[in-house]
Design a protein around this ligand. Structure first.
Ligand code: BGP
Length: 486
């Protein structure tokens, strides 16, 4: 539906931004923090970049929160590093780690910024990987349960919104990229067993929040890439549905309905997959009723039919930010992904598709009837300080304007959305590209090659977002033009 007027946002809408511990904090060997598997990825696996400094938020958190306050934030989503709290994952508790997060949370609360906390964002304590293979072993269910319970008892009086595992679906879909496949012999065969272990960890965390946090609300956060059929060919529609099932619906169905869907059970049977479901697992899962669905959404996909006798092609992410390097995968018998000629792309071949957000919110609401939060959405770009010492990111302003506008339209359409937390407030390490791909509203003066003074410089998008928040969305325009002099 086209509306005559600009969309309006609810009065208590939470505006803010999002980050994760390993991408923003740095100080990986300070404050008693134990090593995490992601530290090794970032040191050895190009183009991951060394996370020992990142945006140095660990030492700048007060300054960063002051800037959030200046921007008018009412929420901030961040993650807690498991190995900062329990350095070896299952042993002694590190008081200095707890203190850091207490200080950060207190600083936020003092400034009327609601904390939204992710329990796990890709940073497994290395000791657990060395001890028993980490996510590949059911022992992690108890260890994660203990960690989640500790977070709830320690921070539960100040943190009411909890998110369990960041992008469990993407960790399974891109296992080789996010490091989950380490030490696993046959990833394609084993990944759904590992996913089942993660499901149990998610469930334990949901139960912990409800047991230990007064008025606590908890939800999952899938990485969501809405999928359109390539054409009006009915086969393309089924292919798009297959892609949807295998990259996101499998997870959302499970989190909401607390069981595997008939489609997925049939898929496991067809592909001879054993998830190692044990007695008692379902009883745990059934108690894990979520309160909201958080969503990370940056782009969309297009899927087309892919017959059984087609040749499979492995997906390759664009890792260097030069357009045209993304390899669209083919899964014979299921679907293939295709370029979308109706939308532009970023330098990393990510589709720039604001309407995807409206579509996703309506789709998720129609299927699950739970309140939603957008906790990641943003524009990654090659950036450096200009001659005037500033960053004029009109492309980011346009991107965010158009995306948030569509969220407003989804709200007008009847979707309950609690928050918008863009990625990211300051520049931080990109999962795939270090500081070479920047998302922030605030520039961090450092590069992948040289650590500079880490000075915070507000980009033009900072001032623009401040206006959006101050007007509760009325500063947004219906499709913003890119304009250097705005
Ligand atoms: C999401 C992750 C974030 C963040 C973002 C952008 O999937 O939850 O951690 O990195 O993607 O991705 P990238 O940094 O690769 O551009």
């Amino acid at each position: 539906m086209y509306y005559k007027n600009k969309p309006t946002f609810p009065e208590n809408f939470l505006w803010g931004a999002s980050s994760s511990a390993w991408q923003v904090e740095g100080a990986t060997t300070e404050g008693g923090r134990g090593p995490a598997t992601i530290d090794l990825n970032s040191q050895t696996k190009k183009p991951f970049t060394d996370n020992s400094i990142a945006a140095d938020h660990y030492h700048h958190y007060k300054e960063d929160v002051a800037l959030m306050k200046e921007a008018g934030f009412s929420s901030y989503r961040f993650s807690i590093s498991w190995s900062r709290i329990i350095p070896d994952g299952d042993g002694e508790i590190n008081q200095e780690g707890l203190d850091f997060y207490h200080n950060l949370i207190d600083e936020l609360v003092k400034n009327n910024i609601t904390p939204i906390v992710t329990m796990y964002h890709y940073d497994l304590p290395l000791a657990l990987f060395e001890k028993y293979g980490g996510w590949n072993n059911r022992q992690i269910i108890d260890d994660f349960d203990r960690y989640a319970r500790l977070l709830c008892t320690e921070f539960g009086d100040k943190v009411k919104y909890w998110i369990t595992l960041n992008e469990q679906n993407m960790q399974i879909v891109y296992g080789d990229w996010l490091g989950l496949d380490k030490g696993v012999d046959n990833w394609e065969k084993e990944k759904y067993r590992i996913n089942h272990i993660m499901n149990l960890c998610h469930a334990k965390a949901v139960i912990a929040v409800h047991e230990l946090v007064e008025n606590g609300q908890v939800g999952p956060v899938p990485g969501y890439v809405p999928i359109y059929p390539n054409s009006g060919n009915p086969k393309d529609q089924i292919a798009a549905m297959n892609a949807e099932e295998l990259t996101e619906k499998m997870w959302l169905d499970f989190y909401v309905h607390l069981e595997y869907s008939p489609f997925i059970l049939r898929y496991f049977k067809e592909y001879d997959i054993d998830i190692d479901m044990r007695d008692g697992d379902l009883a745990i899962i059934k108690q894990a009723k979520i309160d909201f669905i958080a969503l990370n959404c940056y782009r969309s996909n297009v899927a087309a039919d892919c017959p059984l006798d087609d040749k499979s092609v492995k997906l390759e992410l664009n890792k260097n930010g030069e357009k045209g390097n993304f390899v669209y995968p083919k899964f014979p018998g299921l679907y293939q992904l295709m370029p979308n000629n109706y939308v532009e792309t970023t330098d990393w071949d990510w589709e720039i598709d604001p309407i995807a957000l409206r579509y996703m919110l309506r789709y998720v609401w129609d299927h699950y009837q739970l309140p939603m939060m957008i906790v990641e959405n943003g524009f990654g770009a090659h950036e450096s300080l200009g001659d005037d010492g500033k960053v004029h990111d009109d492309y980011r302003i346009k991107f965010l304007n158009d995306q948030i506008y569509q969220i407003g339209l989804a709200i007008e359409d009847g979707c309950p959305v609690l928050s918008y937390n863009l990625w990211s407030f300051t520049d931080l390490l990109s999962t795939g590209n270090g500081m070479a791909k920047r998302y922030g509203l605030v520039y961090i003066n450092t590069t992948d090659e040289d650590v500079l003074d880490l000075r915070r410089v507000k980009k033009d998008s900072f001032e623009w977002y401040k206006q959006v928040i101050a007007t509760n969305g009325q500063h947004l325009e219906n499709q913003k033009k890119k304009n250097k002099n705005q």
